[in-house]
Design a protein around this ligand. Structure first.
Ligand SMILES: [Zn+2]
Length: 42
């Protein structure tokens, strides 16, 4: 599994899985990447 923001490999048990209101989801390696990803609104 790779970080959806920076592309770094996420180790099992690490990282953050985020589910949007519309049911789609993505995973990121850190809170920093989560914030960036949410701001990008892709
Ligand atoms: Zn990342």
């Amino acid at each position: 599994m790779k970080c959806d923001n920076c592309g770094k490999e996420i180790k099992v048990g690490r990282g953050i899985m985020y589910v949007r209101n519309d049911g789609t989801y993505f995973s990121v390696c850190s809170k920093k990447c989560l914030i960036k990803k949410l701001r990008a609104k892709s």
